[in-house]
Design a protein around this ligand. Sequence first.
Ligand code: GLA
Length: 697
Amino acid sequence: MSAALVQLHSREASLVLEAREGAPPLWRHLGARVDAAGLAALADGRTPASFSLDEDVPFSTAPPAGLGWFGLPAVTVRRDGRSLVPVWHCTALHADAARISLVLEDAATALRLERRFALAPGGAFLLDASLTNLGTQPVSLDHLASALLPLSAHSAQVVSWHGRHNAELVEAVEPMPRQIWRREGRCGLTGHGGAPALLVLEESAGDHAGQVLALQLAWSGDSVLAIERDDEGCWQLGAGAALAPGEVVLGQGESWSAPQAIVAVSTHGRNGAMAQQHAAVRARLDWPDGRMRPRPVHLNSWEACYFDHDAQRILALAESAAAIGIERFVLDDGWFKGRSDDTAGLGDWTADPVKYPEGLGPLARQVTALGMEFGLWVEPEMVNPDSDLYRAHPDWALVLPGRERPTARNQLVLDMARVEVRDYLFARLDALLGALPISYLKWDHNRDLAPAGGAAQVRGNYDLLARLRAAHPAVEIESCAGGGGRSDAGIAQFTHRFWTSDNIDAVSRVPIQRGFLAFLPPEVMGAHVGASPAHATGRSQSLAFRAAVAIPGHFGVELDPRRLSGAERDELAGWIAFHKQWRHLLHGGWTQLGQGNDGLVWQAAGQGDEFLLFAIRTAPALDRRPQPLRLPFLADAAACTFELLRIAGGEHGHAAHSAPLFAAPVRLAGSWLARAGLPLPPLKAESVAIFHGKVQA
Ligand code: GLA
């Protein structure tokens, strides 16, 4: 009997399910694009296996955990303290070329599970799930998988990221587990290891070729990702929000929706999966007026003066920013009442009367008169015990009855599940945005949650962000959490930039930014030129190297230009102009990452057939001469012309040899560039060769 298939196909991938009369569809394929014509029903091809249930229990879209499915569960739910064992019946199935929707119900437990698989722009699959209590008695939801997927028997490695404040996104590559692999977040927010996300690489997959599956959850809270091997020789991947027992209780008719999972499958290696993830995230970004305009170059006041500022000092900083070409001036922490250090003031969102006796109005108008946008730092979800807000509403902070409230950075967390808390914050922020020409908020979150706030905390914050976006649609928002502690596709629906890391040391930034780009596009990657020595590491780097590493992202400056020499200020202004000249290629288009020989890494970003290539060397070369740089993405091009625009960094010490080859543009065949490679000039440690590339079809 041939199988009744429902399927989604992107250019590179296919998701194939087998519909069954009355039962949840079975997984038949999630992988590279296939033609499933002629496929027999799974039941016709499966021989009985010893020590199995008499009735086969293959992997379905909602397997019956507790009744013969022994793998990861799709749903874990209790009523009256007892675990429920739903057996799902498929009551509706709708499928077209762009989506498959399933309604699954179980009369015995009075539950409904809805699952949706849809194609995102760019070819990723979007997976949604929601559970509804149809019964009269409440149910406790312990887990609802956003995704529960088959991984191929050829899977070889799992790639994930971990990190801490000032050291975000450290990549970990591990072999596929023989038992179970888990990555859980329990800090209440995304965390410095980046989005709840992972890659699964098939044998021989790499940056440019081979099959890679990339999953990220659009979620800014606790999460669990798990990969478990079954005894048939395959792996299952489960992903969802991590819920505490009793946290989600559904009354009659109530539903809970899992965060969306974005699943990319590519046969073009990690770069192919990254491209699909970028496209899916871009589709979630909600730009003012519906489209991204050129990303304005920032100056952020934090590392320029920390808390030590007032109206005069900030105006002088803004004037020096405008003089070097800055387009958006962001006044960071320290502007509000009582905020002379990090012990007081969070919660009271009015200007400090000592530092800003006339409020922020005159300053904001001066900044806009200088031709820049004015942006402001806030940390709405937090409160200092030393604040008027806390004195008035000590009960608004998250607390466990009878327990101390642990502070971090002297602050507590407001309970965002409470309507009155959100209303207060909306009123304060709405008043600021309504009264002043503020076109940007840097929205920070400087601690982990203890006690936990759960999923309701995350959704409460999303709700506040959505309300502010609706009331002030022209205002862009930056997501920050002690640097990159909340960079994910969930909050990306409401925000327009992420602060990638408080570590602005350019050597540290190279791997951090590559980890960021695995799931989020470059135009939302905040990347600044910081001071030297770098405040986070104490290391010194040339201005050119610092600038070149930041250029591909949403560019900015995080230092006081008045502390630079005249020559350095001119050089920085030159880099700002360089970024403005090329940002149309760097943002909104394609990105490729790769590795050369001898520790060199490269990155290309472009639109269509035009791009910039950055060949980046952080550590000194060990080999006498640089090896040519293979650029596999050019394999199908007839030819490509490269012009060396700049070598940034490496100016001092022994002179680098200059080769006449790079004095004029170099034109080489795509096959040569992909398989033999682009000749490179010698690069010293901490330098970047920046090329302009133009493909000839
Ligand atoms: C966090 C952010 C910094 C800065 C400070 C202000 O650490 O990551 O950029 O805004 O807070 O307190």
